[in-house]
Design a protein around this ligand. Structure first.
Ligand code: GDP
Ligand code: MN
Length: 303
């Protein structure tokens, strides 16, 4: 049959600006997904960035849970893409992983055991990289990494983060819960992977095997890093920026040029860091610094 003519792209014409709506910039939202949460989808479709400028990419493991999540996701995608034009996304790609995740329960307790971290986060890195390298297009201006269990963000998340004009920018990921003492709604920090480095962590790394990784948020490994999770202080100052050395990927906006330059999620120890934290380090080596917004909150599902 006929082959399509050559498609030409001048990457200089793909702008990446603090006013992405005005400049019609395409945002690629990438989500690794082990479980489907309706609250994630409901929040996603409420994002008020023009949907015709949003491409979606998902990757799901090829196991029983992944099959169920794929079916649920597929149903919602179909509903949205057949719905009102203004709600439809530019494009949607759903991928199944071609490698097996480590045999671990997806329960929070098991997932977070320190001895499971290297295998788990290495596998997560490979899933993220597969998704990224198969979906990043010449037209992509921004990549928003958004975990499948982020169930609440401001609808203006994309514009708000992009307005800071930073190569990598990460809001603070919290979790709502009911305080057992008072019975009242409360919130607590969830993601500890956004941090500023410390002399203690550097010292730890200097004595480590190059294949070992430093993990954050574990009593067994006191790093004395400054965690963004604990820097939230003023609800009325959502635009306060802090420089970061490590980032979490629950919600993370990246200028597509950072990925195009080659920054990815190391599935191995990179400067004793792995996955999203290793990504921040790799971006830094390429000249792109990470920024955090301690008072700008997004919320993780409470299992
Ligand atoms: P945690 O919140 O740090 O415990 O990490 P999660 O287990 O929530 O994983 C982060 C993201 O990756 C979530 O969106 C998960 O649904 C997804 N995820 C977890 N394990 C896998 C996996 O094996 N394969 C894929 N494709 N996604 C996964
Ligand atoms: Mn999670």
């Amino acid at each position: 049959g006929d082959r399509s003519p050559v498609r030409r792209f001048n990457l200089n014409n793909v702008t990446i600006t603090p006013d992405p709506i005005e400049n019609q910039e395409v945002v690629l939202i990438l989500t690794p997904m082990a479980r489907f949460y309706q609250e994630y989808w409901d929040n996603l479709i409420k994002l008020d960035y023009p949907h015709e400028l949003i491409s979606l990419g998902f990757i799901l493991p090829k196991n029983k849970e992944g099959n169920a999540a794929t079916a649920a996701l597929q149903a919602q995608v179909t509903k949205t893409q057949k719905g009102p034009l203004k709600d439809r996304f530019r494009s949607v790609v759903i991928e199944r992983q071609d490698f097996d995740p480590p045999i671990l329960s997806q329960d929070e307790g098991e997932r977070h055991k320190i001895e499971n971290q290297k295998a788990r986060r290495s596998s997560m890195s490979r899933a993220r990289n597969s998704l990224l390298f198969t979906t990043l297009g010449a037209e992509t201006s921004w990549v928003l990494w958004l975990d499948a269990d982020i169930i609440e963000t401001p609808p203006s998340l994309i514009q708000d983060l992009a307005a800071h004009d930073k190569p990598l920018i990460v809001p603070n990921c919290y979790q709502r819960y009911t305080d057992p003492e008072t019975g009242k709604p409360a919130e607590r920090p969830y993601d500890f992977n956004s941090w500023q480095d410390s002399p203690t962590a550097q010292e730890l790394a200097s004595k480590m095997d190059p294949d070992d990784i430093i993990l954050e948020g574990y009593r067994e490994m006191a790093t004395y890093r400054a965690l963004m999770a604990y820097m939230a202080d003023r609800v009325d100052e959502r635009d306060v920026e802090v420089p970061l050395d490590g980032v979490g990927g629950t919600a993370l906006l990246v200028k597509a040029d950072v990925h195009r330059d080659g920054a990815m999620f190391p599935p191995f120890a990179f400067y004793n860091l792995i996955e999203t934290e290793g990504f921040a380090k790799m971006a830094k080596r390429l000249g792109w610094a990470a920024t955090g917004l301690p008072n700008y909150k997004v919320y993780h599902y409470n299992e």
